[in-house]
Design a protein. Structure first.
Length: 201
């Protein structure tokens, strides 16, 4: 056993590469994964609900999109594949996750449009037409709130953020908290115990 978590900056566990297959937006994906990253062996159920129930960007979407806590890159790759005119910024504290996301972007022919970076490496002047996240609930409520307070204000005035949170892990309380922070929040969908939240200014 190691002390690694998916939010460990530099995982020490052996990578043990593997592949994860899933379908989103009518397209099949086969992405590389490894130990020491979030949901290494399968598409996380919450991520699956988000990609199934939220409104994926279409081919006309431009500008910059953001994936908060990208893991091995499933959301990033779906966004990049669906919106070929957009740039996708993938943020994760885990260096192994960022490396996998970069490699997987090449698998979907989007290597030139995907930037997998540590949080402090994302330029301060970039704003986002869309923000997507299956946020890392297990880092704790104060840290989660801090993470959302860091990134949501960078949503463009007419932008939209899509979040998925398990109801039993505080999906409804997070909804209320976001409203208290001044955001417009709609419960867009519920499935398999998950809430898909649509957040706008």
């Amino acid at each position: 056993m190691t002390g690694d978590h998916y939010f460990t900056a530099e995982p020490t566990a052996p990578a043990r590469p593997r592949e994860v297959e899933f379908t989103a937006g009518g397209r099949d994906y086969t992405l590389g994964s490894a130990a020491g990253v979030f949901s290494a062996d399968r598409l996380d159920p919450g991520t699956a609900v988000l990609l199934r129930k939220a409104e994926l960007p279409d081919a006309d979407v431009t500008g910059a999109l953001l994936d908060i806590g990208c893991g091995f890159g499933p959301i990033t790759c779906v966004l990049a594949a669906n919106a070929p005119k957009a740039t996708v910024w993938a943020v994760d504290v885990n260096e192994r996750a960022r490396a996998l996301t970069t490699a997987n972007a090449a698998r979907v022919d989007a290597a030139d449009r995907v930037h997998a970076v540590a949080p402090d490496e994302l330029p301060d002047d970039v704003t986002f037409t869309q923000i997507w996240s299956n946020p890392p609930i297990h880092i704790g409520k104060p840290e989660l709130h801090g993470l959302l307070l860091r990134w949501l204000p960078r949503l463009s005035p007419d932008g939209v953020a899509w979040l998925v949170v398990a109801r039993h892990l505080g999906g409804d309380s997070l909804h209320r908290w976001l409203v208290e922070q001044g955001w417009s929040v709609e419960r867009h969908a519920s499935q398999k115990g998950y809430r898909v939240l649509r957040v706008t200014r």
